[in-house]
Design a protein around this ligand. Structure first.
Ligand code: ATP
Ligand code: MG
Length: 213
């Protein structure tokens, strides 16, 4: 998947949270995005997903506007937010909703959960928001990987995972299709170094470093 971000500025309360940001994601691009707290990383990926209106500039995903053409853009993206949403339905209901609304099979979600060491069957009756932080993260990862998207956008997906689960997760990523593009926000470059081919560093709403590795 191609993403083109051109001269994007986004203000919150009159302050530039994104300040004239430009960068592209190419087919098969594997990107680690880093930078201090408050740099604008989450805001940038949320803008790419069409969750925010931008004040200046242009964003295109496969040539489409992520807000106006969200129906064309979102089916090809798997996104894991920095904080799991407080979903107040059971895992059973959640999985049933997901398999009906997106092209994801129930078996696949169980398979991927299993690979992440999450016992889905045992927890189906539980409400999502009552899972532990790491279990939520595992389920979101399992769903994201079951979707077979051409772009994965993960906002610090391993923050709540124990070391074993983190290792599992990195192993799963190694098996992704060559054409699949990934954008991971992370504070642990050393851990994902083998999985990325480019690192982007943001600070104060700007991309201040963008290099191949
Ligand atoms: N919805 C919002 N309303 C007002 N200000 C916001 C909003 N979202 C983000 N901000 C501000 O934008 C700035 C950048 O936030 P952002 O979440 O993009 O940072 P980040 O780089 O992801 O940081 P972290 O590493 O802590 O996750 C911060 O100063 C934050 O307070
Ligand atoms: Mg963030």
């Amino acid at each position: 998947m191609f993403v083109n971000v051109k001269n994007v500025t986004k203000k919150f309360l009159g302050v530039n949270v994104l300040d004239d940001v430009s960068f592209d994601i190419n087919l098969g691009g594997r990107i680690a995005m880093m930078g201090p707290n408050g740099a604008g990383k989450t805001t940038l990926i949320r803008a790419i997903l069409g969750f925010y209106h931008i004040d200046e500039g242009k964003i295109e995903v496969n040539g489409f506007d992520p807000i106006k053409d969200r129906v064309k853009v979102l089916p090809n993206i798997s996104f894991i937010p920095q904080l799991p949403p407080p979903i107040k339905i059971s895992l059973e209901e959640m999985i049933s909703f997901i398999t009906k609304s997106a092209n994801i099979s129930r078996e696949m979600i169980f398979e991927e959960s299993n690979k992440m060491d999450l016992n889905l069957k045992k927890n189906l009756h539980k409400q999502f928001f009552k899972l532990s932080g790491g279990m939520k993260q595992k389920l979101l990862i399992a769903i994201a990987l079951s979707k077979k998207s051409s772009l994965l956008v993960f906002d610090e997906p391993t923050a709540n995972l124990d070391p074993k689960a983190r290792e599992h997760f990195y192993k799963l990523l190694e098996k992704l299709d060559e054409d699949c593009s990934t954008l991971f926000i992370t504070h642990r470059l050393d851990e994902i170094k083998g999985l990325v081919n480019r690192q982007i560093y943001m600070d104060l709403g700007k991309v201040i470093e963008d290099e191949k590795i």
